[in-house]
Design a protein around this ligand. Structure first.
Ligand code: HPA
Length: 276
């Protein structure tokens, strides 16, 4: 039995989606979004949408974490065709960085050049409160892993990609102009699945982190290497451990996601309108 390379797996998914959605429809996608914990409801806002379950796309892993959906939904916000991944898989579930990034790499190879990565995160920065939306200026990949480790596959970009503007400054300005009261800051991506200790949160603060979560960084690394323009948005679902008084739990993270969905929907809809 021959084992497939990651490039071959992604190419198989690309070929499937070109058939299923039509190559012409794929070419029209102006923005792809990854919807983080509790944020999957945004996909319901898309008009004339088509939904493809991840389980039907060759090689795509399926999310199991509560609050994460498992479909690719393609539809319109005004004139912009948007592709939403209603959930994602994480390293802490045991998936490899290649699996975690397979869906976004597929979309990139389908021709999508702009991505909005969303997540739920714990707030570390002094000005952050639960319910805030924070636009990512940069990230700290503290997972000790990367989707680029392993034999070099040219399909996924250069061996040593530059990351000095990982989050596209123009997309960031556009997103900031689409809402009021938006925060900005650095996202620290950790392995999880346990939340941090208060000492770890103090360390993250010293390192320059404004928010902490368990996703996003590998998707951003993989997409940047493939020449995509990326924008990141964190919903601050809680104050990080030791900053707030409350013990942390996933129900609270999802509840904040639901509460924020009205705000997020309005923000992203405006973002799509201005992208067109
Ligand atoms: N830490 C890590 N991940 C998270 C948090 C947090 O406080 N909140 C939501 N995701």
């Amino acid at each position: 039995m021959t084992t497939q390379t990651e490039s071959q797996r992604v190419e198989a998914a690309v070929a499937y989606l070109q058939q299923r959605l039509s190559a012409a429809r794929c070419q029209q996608i102006g923005l792809a979004m990854v919807l983080g914990s509790g944020l999957k409801g945004f996909a319901a806002e898309l008009h004339d949408s088509v939904s493809v379950p991840f389980a039907e796309i060759p090689g795509w892993p399926t999310p199991k974490v509560e609050g994460h959906g498992g479909a690719l939904v393609v539809g319109r916000v005004d004139r912009t065709v948007v592709a939403c991944l209603t959930g994602r898989v994480h390293l802490y579930e045991g998936w490899s960085p290649a699996c975690v990034t397979r869906a976004v790499r597929t979309l990139r190879l389908l021709g999508v050049s702009q991505f909005l990565l969303t997540n739920a995160a714990g707030g570390i920065g002094e000005d952050l409160s639960a319910g805030d939306l924070m636009v990512l200026t940069d990230h700290l990949n503290l997972t000790g892993q990367s989707p680029l480790i392993g034999p070099h596959e040219a399909l996924f970009g250069p061996r040593f990609p530059d990351q000095s503007k990982l989050y596209d400054p123009q997309l960031r300005s556009l997103l900031l102009a689409c809402g009021s009261g938006l925060q900005q800051g650095v996202y620290a991506g950790l392995l999880g699945p346990s939340y941090e200790t208060p000492s770890e949160v103090r360390m993250l603060k010293v390192l320059g982190a404004d928010a902490v979560g368990m996703s996003t960084v590998h998707e951003a690394i993989a997409l940047n290497a493939m020449g995509a323009r990326i924008c990141g948005l964190s919903l601050i679902s809680n104050l990080a451990a030791g900053i707030g008084e409350q013990p942390l739990n996933h129900q609270e993270v999802m509840e904040e996601g639901r509460k924020a969905s009205v705000m997020l929907t309005a923000l992203v809809a405006e973002f799509c309108r201005r992208l067109a």
